[in-house]
Design a protein around this ligand. Structure first.
Ligand code: ADP
Ligand code: MG
Length: 580
């Protein structure tokens, strides 16, 4: 008998690990505690083992919703949200969320199992065959594939860094089925893992850029600050508030930046938005892009051409001059930039001219008074305003609740009516204005924050993710969904232009009872036809934390085509009057 063999017989067998365990260990090592996904081949065991290893694994009914959950988890925590899917179709379902996360600058990692490389690359027709890496590449910030178990640590590290450093975004990680079963010595496996140090390093602005920005601000007679969701993401809440207050400059929050300062703040110019956009002479954007949501910084809305100078704070240098000339680009992370501005302002900072702030206050007061009279009506059947007044009061009474909001009119009106009081409490359709984020966002908001969630959904918008009410019930999440049911898309009163028996293209079943959907899964369903019924039902849901769906019956004639963005919806000039 040889010595070598004798030795190996006498020693305990080396401890082993495999691809499944290495993926889980790599995620855990980097502080990732939750996986959102849908089980199936080849990742079923990955979910099971992750749960066994103490991770929270939230199984959805459709990958798009799991992906949206991961994306908004990234926005809320500054740590990448992880979505786990099966190959080809599951991957594609998750991809829309990955693309949306990238568009919105939310850090997210989509991990998909994939089929056998050898067969896929020869296009020999494998089970769910698809070159997923190639497909993902154009739709996200980074895409990686791991072929060897020993590279899992590096692959996960690269994905995390790509997602959260610089401008955050979506990252795809392709894990072929074979990888999961690969075995290696546990000790070597442990050594192969990477704990990412300082994944999103501070990016300090250049002192000259800070001075330039302050010079432009000092020269302003009618300055304005626009806060975007990048500012909300940055979690530099105290300094942002200090900057706004010390500067005395009126500000307008973009939708998901509402609550960074309470919407009731005296410097908020949200209720005088058109006036301040048109009449300001210097505009400082903090984590907001001059995209379609701000009509690209030009055109009628912005006053006469050449009437203003822009200062832009952004982590992405290439964002500068993307739509108009930026007089003072301030490239860096928002926390560092805002702190530098605060320091540079010194103790003798001059408040903006009172002519400007008074003009805004007058406009604002008039608009608020006009809105108050609309909100005061107790219309039955409910219209948007009478229903939203109730929900405005709910949030006022519970400022730490999270509001999720999608729809057309339901979105536009809610954004204007419901004041937010704390940062990162309003989650909505974002840069693309997409429908379908509702239940994914609501679930992740509840899981990540433990706070009650109020999801205000148009009946059409709700349909895109509505099956996840089962998920909400299964995990017993404190989510109250209010469906604004006006029998259709935009309105419930459209007619079939052919005169035929089919429903109009924008109409749904009349008098539908969405509340009964959640009852099927053990949740609380309520049909609310008056503002009082709605208030009672929402209060009960928010107090009990029980999964609840309230069917809010809205006048089918209420609502306008495409909400506030009807101008983007081309119309045939040939349609006869009295038609759509
Ligand atoms: P909104 O729609 O609210 O205007 P956008 O999504 O258009 O917001 O803009 C957000 C901007 O914030 C993006 O240009 C992004 O690069 C930037 N951003 C995100 N996080 C940070 C950060 N931590 N520091 C600086 N800029 C950031
Ligand atoms: Mg509707």
């Amino acid at each position: 008998m040889s010595a070598v063999l004798e030795k190996s017989v006498g020693e305990p067998e080396a401890e082993l690990t495999d691809g499944f365990h290495l993926v889980i260990d790599a995620l855990k090592l980097n502080g990732i505690k939750t996986i959102y996904g849908v089980p199936g081949i080849p990742i079923t065991d990955l979910g099971r083992l992750a749960q066994a290893a103490g991770m929270r694994v939230i199984s959805f009914r459709h990958e798009q919703n799991a992906g949206n959950a991961a994306a908004i988890a990234g926005f809320l925590t500054k740590s990448p949200g992880v979505c786990l899917t099966v190959s080809a179709p599951g991957f594609l379902n998750g991809l829309i969320a990955l693309a949306n996360a990238t568009t919105n600058c939310f850090p997210m990692i989509l991990i998909s199992g994939s089929s056998e490389r050898e067969i896929v690359d020869l296009q020999q027709g494998d089970y769910e065959e698809m070159d997923q890496l190639a497909v993902a590449k154009t739709l996200c910030k980074g895409a990686f594939r791991v072929l060897h178990a020993a590279d899992i640590g590096i692959g996960v590290a690269r994905a995390i860094r790509a997602a959260v450093s610089g401008r955050p975004g979506g990252v795809y990680l392709d894990l072929p089925a074979k990888l999961f079963g690969q075995v290696m010595e546990a000790e070597a496996g442990r050594r192969s893992l990477v704990k990412v140090i300082d994944p999103a390093p501070a990016q300090i602005p250049a002192p000259t850029a800070v001075e330039r920005a302050l010079d432009v601000l000092r020269g302003a007679k009618r300055p304005l600050i626009i806060l975007g969701k990048g500012a909300a993401y940055a979690q530099a809440d105290n300094d942002i508030r200090a900057l706004v207050e010390k500067s005395g400059i009126p500000y307008v929050p973009m939708s998901m930046a509402k609550g960074l300062l309470p919407d009731t703040h005296p410097q908020s110019a949200a209720a005088a938005r058109s006036t301040v956009l048109a009449d300001s002479d210097v505009v400082m954007m903090i984590g907001a892009r001059l995209n379609w949501l701000l009509s690209h910084g030009k055109g009628k809305q912005w006053g006469p051409p050449g009437s203003k100078k822009f200062i832009q704070i952004d982590i992405e240098p290439r964002e500068m001059d993307s739509n108009v000339e930026i007089a003072a680009p301030l490239v860096g992370d928002i926390g560092s930039c805002v702190a530098a501005l605060l320091r540079g302002m010194g103790d003798d900072w001059k408040q903006p001219p009172t002519e400007w702030t008074e003009a805004i206050r007058n406009k604002k007061d008039a608009n608020i008074a006009r809105m108050a009279s609309r909100l005061g009506k107790n219309s039955i059947p409910m219209d948007y305003h009478s229903a939203l007044r109730v929900l405005r009061d709910v949030i006022k009474e519970r400022p730490d609740a999270i509001l999720v909001n999608e729809g057309a009119n339901t979105l536009d009106q809610a954004r204007g009516v419901i004041d937010m009081y704390q940062p990162r409490k309003r989650l909505d359709v974002g840069t693309w204005g997409i429908m379908g984020i509702g239940m994914g966002f609501a679930i992740a908001a509840a899981i990540e924050t433990g706070k009650p969630v109020l999801a205000i959904e148009g009946d059409s918008a709700f349909g895109f993710s509505g099956m996840e009410v089962e998920t909400i019930c299964r995990y017993n999440l404190p989510v109250c969904i209010v469906v604004f049911n006006n029998d259709g898309i935009y309105r419930g009163t459209d007619v079939n232009l052919s005169g035929g028996a089919d429903a109009a293209t924008t109409g749904f079943v009349k008098g539908a009872r969405y509340d009964r959907m959640i009852e099927g899964f053990g949740g609380v369903g309520v049909n609310a036809t008056t503002p009082d019924e709605l208030k009672r039902a929402v209060d009960a849901a928010m107090d009990s934390g029980k999964p609840t769906l309230i069917n809010a019956v809205i006048d089918p004639a209420a609502g306008s085509e495409s909400g506030n963005i009807g101008n983007l919806n081309p119309k045939s000039a040939l349609t006869k009057k009295g038609g759509a």
